[in-house]
Design a protein around this ligand. Structure first.
Ligand code: TXA
Ligand code: MG
Length: 323
């Protein structure tokens, strides 16, 4: 770990600048969560609508009362079981949290990341008492970055664009964004799974001793839950294993260029490589990225969710390309 780079990044963040930060899920675009101007700069850099809330990242053992109005026993159970790690909790906000962070809602998303560079940065930043607002470090709607180079590909090198620094943290272990659980409506709905991820629904239910509810219409806004999200520029279509070769062959016979993403390995290995694979396939400039549908199995829930969203805007593309 480059401790000098980490303390320099902490000073830049304290001065209101933006820093690319590795986490175990994806890279984040971090800013001081207590500084509304710094948080506004995140939205400007991403091109993200300002009513979308951002997650506040905290150091291990941080006092959550700065951010959350209350930490219910259900949250304590999940924190004990999964923090630091790839789980975000939505709690009722404390009054002092800037509206820029919460998107004007009465809740706040909190996460304690496990990546050692993120933890070191959070301990350096405001002596471990601060919070770093950080969405994924990609332009709005695009594939999240899982290497420092992806962050630079999105925003330019530090100094050339909106970022003051990008910390190197290798390629992200998990590879897809954190699981998000809403605990703001325990009385009426119970815990609600807003975004599936590596921490699975079954693991959450086991730690809580409660069943999870599915998101409803009144759920807080989650930009990662927009139907179209995490999408490459090239159209994406999903196909059953048995159909991939036939569809690719038919398209090639029509002169179309097709690149395929086959389903290999277990769900964790697949998730780890998914966004780097989509970025690489996107660079081929093909007419279609044809993705072999992974098993419809709970272990694959996070991956299937991201693939469905990546393909959402391209619905009907195979038929159109076959003309
Ligand atoms: O793994 C992750 O969660 C990564 C890393 C960088 O930590 N972050 C990430 O951030 O994916 P972002 O902004 O791309 O997605 C976070 C999601 C968004 O969909 C946002 O709407 C939701 O969390 N969120 C944040 N605060 C919320 C709140 N108060 N209520 C509901 N959803 C919230
Ligand atoms: Mg995102």
């Amino acid at each position: 770990m480059d401790l000098e780079a980490i303390s320099a990044a902490a000073r830049l963040l304290e001065a209101g600048r933006l820093v690319g930060m590795p986490t175990e899920t994806v890279y984040g675009l971090a800013a001081d969560a207590s500084n509304p101007d710094a948080v506004a700069a995140i939205f400007a850099a991403k091109g993200r609508p300002s009513n979308h809330p951002v997650i506040v990242h905290v150091a291990r053992g941080a006092d959550l009362s700065r951010w959350a109005a209350e930490v219910p026993p259900e949250a304590k159970k999940l924190i004990d079981a999964f923090w630091p790690g790839p789980l975000t909790l939505i709690l009722k906000r404390a009054a002092s949290v800037p509206a820029a962070v919460t998107g004007g809602q009465d809740s706040v998303g909190l996460r304690c990341p496990a990546h050692p560079v993120a933890q070191a940065l959070l301990h350096e930043f405001r002596q471990g008492q601060g919070g770093l607002a950080a969405p994924s470090a990609n332009r709005f709607g695009r594939v999240s970055p899982t290497t420092a180079q992806h962050v630079i590909d999105e925003f330019g090198a530090p100094g050339d664009g909106p970022l003051a620094a990008v910390l190197e943290g290798g390629s992200c272990d998990v590879g897809i964004e954190s699981t998000i659980v809403d605990l703001t409506r325990l009385d009426t709905l119970g815990p609600v799974l807003l975004r599936p991820g590596q921490v699975s629904a079954a693991q959450l239910e086991q730690a809580l001793g409660l069943p999870l509810a599915l998101p409803d219409r009144a759920a807080p806004r989650v930009s990662g839950s927009l139907d179209a999200h995490y999408a490459p520029t090239t159209p994406v279509a999903l196909a059953a294993s048995a159909d991939v070769e036939r569809i690719a062959g038919a398209l090639q016979a029509k002169g179309k260029r097709v690149v395929t993403l086959r389903c290999t390995g277990d769900a964790h290995a697949y998730a780890h490589a998914l966004y780097a694979n989509l970025r690489a396939l996107d660079r081929d400039g093909a007419n279609l990225i044809l993705v072999e549908q992974p098993p419809q199995d709970p272990a694959w829930q996070g991956v299937n969710d991201r693939l469905r969203r990546a393909a959402y805007d391209s619905a009907g593309v195979v038929e159109r390309l076959l003309g």
